[in-house]
Write a protein that binds this ligand. Structure first.
Ligand code: NAI
Ligand code: AKG
Length: 537
């Protein structure tokens, strides 16, 4: 049996499915109509899968995600992830990935087609021709020219920018609103930058929507905003139905203020045949959420999502994650060796640092400071929290929200000051005025712990360790060796450090097996031993 099982519950490209199936560690169940026709079966199945691939028909909600006890990733073959309960996924430690670039052009072309078709009544006129009403339809369906008209683009991301380029070729005057659109980018795209959605809509002849559906963008087009547009304007929506207050749009069309609409998406999908907008006669074009439905887009997103899920399961590479930092192959190669080191530093702090800390600061020195270290810090935090939680409860996806619930801040800092090491990771736990720090580096290819509580040591990052604070005087290391020997504990490595200011020393002994509580008690009772901790890293 393969190591990983993947459920694909919506139709995706066969080439994508094949990319998953060809991996020897992956078994795929491809059930294209599960999400649309048999969603009631998903609760009974989802616990068997490590990853889940969907389009928009399947709705991975909080209940399904909670039932997916093995689930580590949900891949969306497409852009919009509003069908996935992202918070529930994050809380359960499930990565959500999308494929942001695969359907951009197809969707921009669909939206543009809707604008042209709506302006020229293509849909209604076509239906009349089929009914034999050629002559009557010729009189009825006078169109609207786009040349020189003012187009408002709400959402100037990938699709919005592609739409704008095409509109410029039609000599439309483009004004765009997007909170992330800078003046420099607007100049580059040769569009007018609007400071607010209202400013973009005021005096517009056409609006096209290309924003994600969020609490903020829901009903971005409502009675008030539609009223800002020019009389006879057109509304195009190839993003999400919930962006438009549909009854308000209907009223605006019926009043004649808005001439019509071209919609690929609806607030409730599939809409029923008696949807109020369907009874409007002219300048209306409706398509059944076809924005990404081209051979090219489906191949792109199907292959992308399959490869992302495959690589995540088999190599840990994270691409296009929307609920945690991504780490592609190049970045993984750069920081990968530091992940194990960070895990050991986190575990060590869990043993040696203060309980219920206020913050974990992870600092990066040297060239490492210039790299994408977000996942290294998360790994240290995960290892720290794992120590006090049962297996699997905390992972790199949910760790920051769990830490926030505990009132524990994760702070990352980069430090340019030179150290004796080329690169150094310092992890410091703080509670009030109490601080405890450990540090590590990579020497050659070997990760090493090089500092415990500001004393220099040199140990492996994995193994069983005895960490002792003792008086700095002869005989103590010998006594420890005798106690270990009497318990049949073989010493693999020994590292000593002394703190000249307080006359204490630190002794770190790596042994071959975990240290029993009985042995630890004897060690703590040894004269000259100030504290002793056993740690398995
Ligand atoms: N009909 C269909 O089949 C398809 C629909 N879509 C929809 O299109 C949307 C856009 O897709 P992309 O352009 O690829 O995404 P994108 O992420 O490249 O662009 C979205 C843009 O919206 C902007 N934005 C966010 N909040 C905003 C607000 N309140 N006002 C104005 N702009 C805001 C963002 O800054 C971003 O630049 C997706 O979220 C998805 O819902 C995408 C693909 C296919
Ligand atoms: O899967 C689909 O065809 C819908 C695409 C879509 O809406 C998206 O990518 O956001």
């Amino acid at each position: 049996m393969a190591k990983y099982r993947v459920l694909v519950s919506d139709p995706i490209s066969e080439i994508g499915v094949a990319a998953l199936e060809s991996h020897p560690d992956i078994d795929v169940d491809f059930i294209p109509d599960l999400g649309s026709k048999n969603a009631d079966k998903i609760p009974g199945m989802i616990a068997d899968y490590d990853a889940w691939i969907v389009r928009s028909q399947t709705k991975p909600n909080a209940e399904l995600i909670a039932k997916g006890t093995k689930l580590r990733a949900i891949g969306r073959a497409g852009v919009g992830v509003d069908n996935i309960d992202r918070q529930a996924a994050t809380d359960h430690g499930v990565i959500v990935m999308n494929t942001p670039t695969g359907n951009t052009i197809s969707t921009a072309e669909q939206a543009f087609t809707l604008m042209l078709a709506t302006a020229r009544n293509i849909g209604p006129a076509h239906a009349e021709v089929l009914k034999g009403n050629f002559v009557a339809a010729r009189k009825a369906y006078q169109g609207i020219e786009l040349n020189g008209k003012r187009l408002a683009v709400l959402g100037m991301g990938r699709i919005g920018s592609e739409f704008a380029k095409r509109a410029q070729a039609f000599n439309m005057q483009v004004v765009a609103y997007d909170p992330f659109l800078t003046q420099a980018r607007a100049d580059q795209l040769k569009v007018e930058l609007a400071a607010t959605p209202e400013a973009a809509l005021t005096g517009a002849d056409v609006v096209t929507l290309h924003v994600p559906l969020t609490d903020e963008t829901k009903h971005i087009l409502d009675e008030k905003s539609l009223a800002l547009m020019n009389k006879g304007a057109l509304v195009i929506n190839c993003a999400r139905g919930g962006l438009i207050d549909e009854p308000a749009l209907k009223a605006a069309i019926e009043s004649g203020h808005i001439a019509g609409c071209g919609l690929d998406v609806f607030e409730d999908e599939p809409p029923s045949a008696d949807h109020p907008l369907f009874s409007l006669g002219k300048h209306v074009t409706f398509t059944p959420h076809l924005g990404a439905s081209t051979n090219e887009a489906q191949e792109n997103v199907g292959i992308q999502v399959a490869e992302q899920i495959r690589d995540f399961l088999t190599t840990g590479e994270i691409r296009n994650a929307i609920n945690m930092p991504s780490l592609d192959a190049a970045a993984l190669a750069e920081v990968g060796p530091y992940l194990d080191l960070a895990a050991s530093l986190g575990k060590l702090l869990a043993k040696l640092g203060p309980e219920n800390p206020d913050s974990l600061r992870v600092s990066y020195h040297g060239p490492l400071a210039q790299k994408d270290t977000a996942l290294v810090s998360r790994t240290a935090l995960t290892a720290l929290l794992e120590a006090s939680r049962p297996d699997g409860q905390v992972n790199i996806v949910n760790v920051t929200s769990i830490a926030a619930q505990m009132g524990l801040d994760l702070i990352e800092s980069t430090i340019n000051a030179a150290t004796e090491y080329n690169e150094l990771v310092v992890a410091e736990l703080r509670k009030g005025d109490v601080r405890y720090r450990v540090a590590g580096t990579i020497i050659g290819k070997s990760p090493r712990i090089v500092e415990i509580d500001r004393l220099y040591v040199d140990t492996n990052i994995k193994g069983h360790f005895l960490i002792v604070r003792n008086d700095d005087r002869p005989g103590i290391v010998g006594a420890l060796g005798t106690l270990l020997g009497n318990s049949n504990q073989n010493i693999a490595n020994l590292s000593l450090a002394r703190n000249k200011s307080d006359g204490n020393a630190l002794t770190v002994i790596e042994v071959d097996a975990p240290l029993s509580e009985e042995l630890m008690s004897s060690i703590r009772a040894t004269p000259g031993v100030l504290s002793a901790t056993g740690a398995t890293l």
